[in-house]
Design a protein around this ligand. Structure first.
Ligand SMILES: *Cc1c(COP(=O)(O)O)cnc(C)c1O
Length: 503
């Protein structure tokens, strides 16, 4: 810290660390410590014995701070986050819904929280039953026959599902080379197909924003292992021709994979198993109210039709003698493990709590509310922003910045300005088939009042784009940190802190 003098007092006051938190290294002073203990009244232990071999003692310069400085540092940083607990989080495709505190209470029950995956099956019957019950609930919700909970994310669920398809086709003596993916797909879909060793072929969307059937008819041949379809797709549109799509894929010996990340639009209303899907994944951290992103580990269960069950990852939880459950690992057709132990067990507890607390009526209501909220926003903003597809949408709506772009204002600018109005931005520039996309997903969590505040902010920004485009282009203005050079940050990232040169 610099010396405090009358001359620099105003400057120091203006840059109080409350408004710009330094690193712990930068506020460190030699000799400070964050603990206080009475003098030692037993012989000092030999550190060599206590510390594992190989512990380094030659690293100098760890930060030295008092306890209150440490507490304030992390508390301040925590207030910099925007979270669903603060307001609407309309990040489209991510389903940033509220996670009920009830789920957290249940997940912290001692018997569940303190279990260990290496306990013998005989003493973890409750945990096994909980997982079986969640598998059954997800099978019922999706209309599928069997579920694995192992994958730790949507993307890992995709890989698990595609490996299951690969194993199935290999077992049929009919391995194939290609996977078809619509141009509106999430980026993880082509990445998954490529990692599983497939060539990706792009499927065009038509003027409705749906899969173009004529393209599918042309591309679907005996070299195609599967179609990876998101339904509703990333425009928030239900693939109306889904039965025909499934027929076309199956007629040529291919399988239909569904990216189920958008199931918040379908739960209780439509079941993928009933419209021809063979394999799909779910995102518990989207649809089933478990923490998302930095808040906690994810879970991407995979659901399959019965003919694919032999290929599911091991271990499987199966009925044993005398009504007990046991773990089955000897399944020769299985693709093997995809995750240590059972997956992220704590998420299973939360998801089952959410499902049981809602019940079937509540889950259906949730879906209806999510769709209603998105359509309310769509209808209220239609006059201010261009709507590239007129097809009725479900749980999210996608606008483009076409009207604002005439003034040089783009989707990224509008998103930054939204931060000045106190909201987390929507998803910017995705899906890729909409140039300058604004993808908005409010979820069922929001009240009419919060939606109205968001709509008012979006309308105000549309007016500003007309009258004061430079204001929007330079946003945000009211945030702690103003506009960053994102291109430089991506191309020349500075990943390591270096102390400022002294003097
Ligand atoms: C979120 C999402 C994924 C990926 O899920 P992760 O859990 O982030 O790996 C895949 N597809 C779609 C459509 C998504 O919205």
């Amino acid at each position: 810290m610099p010396e405090i003098t009358p001359e620099n007092t105003p400057a120091l006051a203006a840059t109080h660390i409350q408004s710009d938190e330094p690193l712990l290294f930068e506020i460190s002073s030699p000799g400070k410590r964050a603990w206080q203990l009475p003098p030692l009244d037993v012989p000092e232990a030999d550190l060599e014995l206590l510390l594992p071999a190989g512990t380094r003692d030659d690293i100098a310069g760890f930060p030295e701070l008092s306890e209150i400085e440490l507490v304030r540092h992390y508390t301040r940083l925590s207030t910099w986050n925007y979270a669903i607990d603060q307001g609407l989080y309309p990040l489209g495709s991510c389903t940033m819904k509220y996670n009920s505190r009830l789920n957290e209470v249940v997940a912290r029950l001692e018997g569940l929280a303190e279990g260990h995956p290496l306990q013998p099956a005989a003493v973890m019957q409750g945990a096994l039953r909980l997982m079986r019950r969640l598998e059954a609930a997800l099978a019922e919700i999706t209309g599928m026959d069997a579920v694995t909970l192992q994958p730790a994310a949507g993307a890992q669920g995709e890989l698990t599902g595609i490996l299951i398809i690969r194993a199935c086709l290999a077992a049929r003596g009919n391995p194939r080379a290609k996977i078809l993916i619509p141009d509106s797909a999430h980026g993880t879909n082509p990445a998954t197909a490529a990692i599983a060793g497939y060539r990706v072929e792009n499927l065009r969307s038509d003027a409705r924003g749906l899969v173009e059937l004529s393209s599918l008819e042309r591309l679907m041949d005996e070299s195609v292992a599967a179609l990876m379809l998101t339904n509703p797709n990333t425009l928030g549109l239900f693939e109306e021709d889904i039965h025909r799509i499934a027929e076309l894929v199956h007629a040529r010996g291919g399988l239909l994979y569904m990216d189920g990340a958008n199931m918040n639009a379908l739960v209780g209303r439509a079941r993928p198993g009933d419209f021809g899907v063979d394999v799909m994944h779910l995102n518990l951290h989207k649809t089933f109210s478990t923490p998302h992103g930095g808040g906690g580990p994810g879970a991407g269960p995979v659901a399959v039709k019965s003919f694919l069950e032999p290929f599911l990852p091991v271990p499987r939880i199966v009925e044993g003698e005398a009504g007990g459950l046991r773990l089955e690992t000897d399944r020769p057709a299985s693709i093997g493990r995809v995750r240590a132990f059972f997956g992220n067990f704590g998420m299973f507890v939360r998801a089952l709590a959410y499902i049981l607390a809602n019940g079937s009526d509540g889950l259906k209501q949730t879906t209806d509310d999510a769709v209603l909220n998105a359509n309310y926003i769509r209808q209220q903003l239609e006059d201010s922003y261009a709507l590239p597809y007129a097809t009725p949408s479900l749980h999210e709506c996608v606008f483009s910045d076409r009207l604002q772009a005439r003034q040089g204002v783009h989707t990224g600018d509008i998103a930054k300005r939204l931060m000045d109005y106190g909201f987390h931005p929507y998803t910017v520039s995705f899906p890729l088939i909409v140039p300058g996309a604004l993808m908005i997903e409010p979820t069922e969590s929001e009240s009419r009042e919060e939606l109205d505040r968001f709509i008012a902010a979006m309308r105000a920004i549309a007016r500003e784009a007309e009258t004061a485009p430079e204001l929007v282009q330079a946003a945000p203005h009211r945030t702690r940190i103003s506009r960053l050079d994102e291109a430089a940050a991506a191309r020349q990232p500075v990943l390591r802190w270096q102390p400022k040169a002294q003097g």
